[in-house]
Design a protein around this ligand. Structure first.
Ligand SMILES: [Zn+2]
Length: 199
């Protein structure tokens, strides 16, 4: 429940009092629901707008890279888009073309101060994504640090692997035809909106 100011509370109270008694309870519920729905502000967008102080490592027109304020090790960085998008697959052409070069630069810089490195993109709540903003954690590693990455795999068979391969290849977006330019960004946004509505 977000905190309301005294003035806001008084305004709501005044408005509710002005209604016929039998409508008050329902209207009050409606008003309070509106306040609850207010989305919390995205910390990455706030960093981009300089509303949260950061230690910038890299910046260009599409990306910002800052030092994590609670680092696993020295040099733990967060690389994120300036646009509020959620997933790697939502990057536009320009961002897609530059992100590899940026990570290469950052990884090179980190290799001078660390022995190992994880480049971690967590997408979806299940994968540990905490905010709906695309971010890559670039984490230098050191012996006995407080980070664990492990999984136990189950052995698969050749037939099933082939089925999975076919599904994935089938699902890969094809290059768009040059004669008909498509607003890929808008399409992707629509697609993810739909996907969120019908997971
Ligand atoms: Zn955001």
């Amino acid at each position: 429940m977000p905190k309301l100011t005294k003035e806001q509370l008084e305004q709501i109270q005044e408005y509710i009092q002005s209604l016929p008694e039998e409508e008050r309870e329902e209207k009050l519920k409606e008003v309070m629901a509106q306040f609850e729905q207010e989305a919390p502000q995205c910390p990455f967008c706030l960093m981009n707008e300089s509303k949260i102080p950061t230690t910038k490592i890299y910046e260009d027109q599409n990306f910002l890279c800052v030092l994590e304020i609670n680092p696993v090790n020295n040099g733990h960085m967060l690389l994120f888009t300036k646009r509020h998008i959620r997933l790697f697959a939502e990057l536009n052409d320009e961002e897609t073309e530059t992100i590899g070069k940026i990570i290469k630069k950052l990884a090179f810089a980190l290799s001078t101060i660390s022995e190992g490195l994880n480049i971690l993109d967590s997408e979806g709540k299940l994968a540990g994504q905490k905010f709906d903003h695309f971010v890559i954690n670039i984490i230098p590693r050191s012996k006995d640090d407080a980070m664990k990455i492990s999984w136990s795999g189950k052995q698969d068979n050749e037939e099933h692997l082939k089925k999975v391969k076919d599904i994935l290849i089938e699902s890969m977006p094809t290059e768009k035809p040059k004669a008909e330019p498509v607003d890929e960004d808008r399409l992707k946004k629509e697609f993810y909106k739909l996907k969120r509505r019908h997971p």
